[in-house]
Each structure stands twice: as structure tokens, then as C-alpha cells.
Design a protein around this ligand. Structure first.
Ligand code: F6P
Length: 372
């Protein structure tokens, strides 16, 4: 049968089309979320556009690719994100020490127009605090948005945990296992600086899992005097090594957060506290001390099984939110179940380690010192 052009166009059945993007720093488990949302959307007959490099893909030159079962096959164990991300660019919502900045209206309008022109009926934004603030701004401007919380730092209040955290903790524990043997062979003090920004979750959980002797976190400002005295007591008492895990945002009592100069644009970069502590301990105890910065190794590589499962559950949860038209909401994980909360309530509420909480007390009970 032959159809004219108009008749042919009428025959094209437009599938319900949604978009997905990953924004902010990358994180193990992002591809598990993408894969699961594509698979779940596929069962509903929906088409998924993956916008490239986060919100940037919504701006000129618009950049996306159609995500299918075929091109998302086998991506679960792969670190990073197959659709790219950025925590800088025209959509950077975080400035300085994490203060949130509003995205200029012309940029929001352009993104909205792109979504309208492409017939995208809902957008899944996978991101941390800053990226979800932007998602909420889009929602306030009439874009049907749902959020998926992402951060290795585990510092979002609205969810018990985020995918990526467990993989980062695994990386810290692996590093400590390695540092143990070299430190013990040389009878050295080792300081391992880990990520987490203003929260000490990665240091605390990684330190406990890796058998650290000392854990220093932003929530418990430490005393150099007490720290050095503890190290000296251990070493003089015959300990073969002392392993100290320090969160990048930790600081001495009365001191300030160590930062790296030369941030190009956006948030202040934290770092340097590990080297400061190593120098101070060497000076005060005269013991050989070395500092190691674990850095982006914590963000790269394959996600743990826990992060693959959580990412998969979040991806399916995001599609469920769209089905239920719960726009302006993000998926969350509470009491072993996936639920949802409003993005507006979720953002800006940083979850810190309770200094007198169960995990800190557990660590203390097994002899871990907090430098106080
Ligand atoms: O928020 C995740 C995180 O990895 C922090 O722990 C760290 O301070 C920051 O991102 C590093 O960002 P960048 O990759 O821009 O250096």
C-alpha cells in the first residue's frame, strides 16, 4: 500500500517520550540508574532521551542520544555515566562553600524550550544537592521533573543512603588494607585523606571497615595536642603502625577547613588537611609520617553490589514517580523501602554524622580515637 507524505506522518505513532540526565560529580551506580530507568520505561512503551553532560545537553548546541535496551546493555558494572556529567558549566548551582545560586531565567527558559520542542513529557534529573536545586527550579517553571539523589558523600537528609557511598567506603577500606602492610613494615604513621565535603560519613564508615586507629571528621573538630599524644602513646607502647583516616572537611579546634587554590569556577575545592596533619604529627612525635590523598579513586570504578541494587531501585522508582505524575518529587530510601519526598524539602538539608551517634560510639568501643 502506498501512502502520501501527510498520510504517512499521520501513521507515525508518537511514543511517550521522557528525558534523563546526570548532573554534578560522577558517582558509581549512575549507569545502574540509567539502565534501570530505560528498561522500566521500555516495558511501558516509552522512549528515553539521554541528555549529554547534564543540564548542558539542554542548551544550544542541544545534545542527546536515544537510550535503548541495546545501548544500555552491560553498563551496570561500569563506573561514571554513559551520558556524561558536569559540576561546572552554565547550570552550576553551587558556589563557594556550597551556597546555592539560582540559575538565570534565560537559561531555564532555553532548557524548557528544548524539552518542549523535543516533546519530552517528563525529565529525570539524577544529581546531588546543587543539581536537585536546579531540578526544583525547572519544576517551579513548569517542567515535569522527578529527581534521583546521587552522591558518594551520603550527606542528603531526605534519604537514608545514596548509591555511590558504599563503593567509596569500599575504596577507603581497600586503601587501608594496603596501607596497613607498608605502614607496619616501616613502623610508620600513615594519614589517609578521603572525600566527603562537610560530612564525615566516608571517613567514618571507611575507617571502621578498614581498621583505622584514628578517624577525624568535620563534625568532631580535633586537637593536635591530643592527636599527637595518642599517636605517641600507641607507637611508644609497641604498635607497629598508626593509621589515621581524615575527612577532607575535618579541621582542628579553632582552625579552618583546608582548601585547594585555583578552583576554576563554582564550589571551593577541599583538600590538604592530610598533609597538614602528617607534618604536625611528625614534628610533635618525631615519628616517620606519610600522607596519602585517595582523591577521585573513590569516585571511579565499578559500583559495589549494594550500589547496583540501590541504583536499579532508584531508576525504577523514578519511572514510577512519572507514572504517578508525582512531579517535583525525588525518590528516597528509608527503612529498606523506596519512597519519595518533595525535592524542595530535600535540598539544602545536609545530613551530618551525629557526633554522639551509634556509629561514632561503636568506633570508640573498638578503640578508635577521634582526636579529642
Ligand atoms: O561531592 C562529591 C565529591 O567527590 C566530594 O566528596 C569532593 O569534595 C568533590 O566532589 C570533588 O569534586 P571535583 O570532582 O569537582 O574535584
Amino acid at each position: 500500500m502506498h501512502f502520501g507524505k501527510t498520510a504517512l506522518a499521520q501513521l507515525v505513532v508518537h511514543r511517550f517520550r521522557i528525558g534523563v540526565l546526570t548532573s554534578g560529580g560522577d558517582c558509581p551506580g549512575l549507569n545502574a540508574v540509567i539502565r534501570a530507568s530505560v528498561a522500566s520505561a521500555h516495558t511501558l512503551g516509552w522512549e528515553v532521551l539521554g541528555f549529554i553532560d547534564g543540564y548542558e545537553g539542554l542548551l544550544s548546541p542541544v545534545n542527546y542520544k536515544i537510550l535503548t535496551l541495546e545501548n544500555t546493555q552491560g553498563i551496570m558494572p561500569i563506573g561514571g555515566t554513559i551520558i556524561g556529567t558536569t559540576n561546572r558549566g552554565r547550570f552550576a548551582a553551587k558556589q563557594g562553600m556550597g551556597e546555592r545560586a539560582l540559575i538565570p531565567q534565560p537559561i531555564i527558559d532555553e532548557a524548557k524550550k528544548t524539552l518542549n520542542d523535543l516533546g519530552v513529557r517528563a525529565l529525570i534529573c539524577i544529581g546531588g544537592d546543587g543539581s536537585l536545586t536546579t531540578a526544583d527550579q525547572l519544576f517551579e517553571n513548569g517542567v515535569p521533573v522527578v529527581g534521583v539523589p546521587k552522591t558518594i558523600d551520603n550527606d542528603l537528609s531526605a534519604t537514608a543512603t545514596t548509591f555511590g557511598f558504599d563503593s567509596a567506603v569500599q575504596c577507603v577500606a581497600d586503601a587501608l588494607d594496603r596501607l596497613h602492610t607498608t605502614a607496619a613494615s616501616h613502623k610508620r604513621v600513615m594519614v589517609l585523606e578521603v572525600m566527603g565535603r562537610t560530612a564525615g560519613w566516608i571517613a567514618l564508615y571507611g575507617g571502621v571497615a578498614g581498621g583505622a586507629d584514628v578517624i577525624l571528621i568535620p563534625e568532631i573538630p580535633f586537637s593536635y595536642e591530643r592527636l599527637a599524644a595518642h599517636v605517641e602513646k600507641r607507637m611508644a607502647g609497641g604498635a607497629s603502625s598508626t593509621l589515621i583516616v581524615v575527612a577532607e572537611g575535618a579541621m582542628a579546634q579553632g582552625g579552618s577547613v583546608a582548601t585547594i587554590d585555583g578552583a576554576i569556577k563554582g564550589e571551593v575545592r577541599l583538600g590538604g588537611i592530610g598533609a597538614q596533619i602528617a607534618a604536625e604529627i611528625a614534628e610533635r612525635t618525631k615519628r616517620e609520617t606519610r600522607a596519602v590523598v585517595l582523591g577521585h579513586l573513590q569516585r571511579g570504578g565499578a559500583p559495589t553490589t549494594q550500589d547496583r541494587n540501590l541504583g536499579t531501585r532508584f531508576g525504577v522508582g523514578a519511572i514510577d514517580l512519572i507514572k504517578e505524575k508525582k512531579f517535583g518529587c525525588m525518590v528516597s530510601y528509608q527503612n529498606y523501602l523506596i519512597g519519595s519526598v518533595s525535592i524542595k524539602e530535600a535540598v539544602g538539608q545536609i545530613k551530618h554524622v551525629p557526633p554522639d551517634g551509634q556509629m561514632v560510639n561503636t568506633a570508640k568501643s573498638v578503640g578508635i580515637h577521634f582526636g579529642v
